[in-house]
Design a protein. Structure first.
Length: 203
């Protein structure tokens, strides 16, 4: 009787850990989404778009579509809406290929980008701040161990980082990149946010 009871408790305990982790993960995502939306008065998809365009200089519509895991038509509507609000700008490509169109942040978009990341950061700081440095180090190791189980190699690695602050994330240490290293390429230099260049606007 005692052996059977211990087995039930053990099985229940495993599922309890999984359940609590799921609740925590969902709550953290909900709080981040709510915070960034409140900070800039935009939808979560619009916030993701601004962060991705800001993190991927001269981002194409197709690249943005892949990063957000959306249909092409949905991304075009998102870009058009944010362009009307003055956050994004479609620009022509190089003199060698004027047909190529990319998307960049305007000055208002850069401000919005910063507000989104600050709002996200405040939620994360409040949660992680409960841990001491040793606990934070352990948490990072555990996340790295679990990441391959929740992230699929390729476009999914971009998607899960759609609200990431790349400026404070060393790409060679990123658990998402290291989850499937065969899809990872070290960027030529660390990401730094830049103002968009003055190039011809698409009419």
């Amino acid at each position: 009787m005692q052996v059977a009871q211990k087995r039930v408790i053990s099985d229940s305990s495993d599922k309890f850990v999984e359940n609590v982790f799921g609740v925590f993960s969902r709550a953290l995502c909900d709080k981040m989404d709510a915070a960034v939306q409140a900070a800039v008065k935009l939808s979560s998809s619009a916030c993701y778009s601004i962060v991705q365009v800001g993190s991927e200089p001269n981002c194409s519509i197709e690249t943005l579509r892949r990063m957000l895991a959306l249909e092409h038509s949905s991304v075009v509507r998102l870009v058009s809406g944010l362009e009307k609000k003055g956050f994004l700008q479609r620009v022509r490509g190089t003199a060698h290929d004027r047909r190529e169109v990319s998307v960049v942040l305007t000055e208002e978009g850069e401000i919005c980008f910063t507000r989104i990341l600050e709002a996200r950061g405040s939620v994360l700081k409040k949660a992680v701040g409960r841990l001491d440095p040793d606990e934070q180090h352990i948490m990072l190791k555990l996340i790295g161990k679990m990441m391959p189980a929740v992230v699929i190699g390729g476009d999914d690695q971009h998607y899960v980082c759609r609200l990431c602050d790349l400026e404070i994330c060393p790409q060679e240490k990123c658990p998402v990149n290291l989850a499937h290293p065969q899809f990872y390429e070290l960027p030529p230099e660390p990401f730094k946010r830049k103002r968009p260049c003055k190039i011809a606007v698409v009419n």
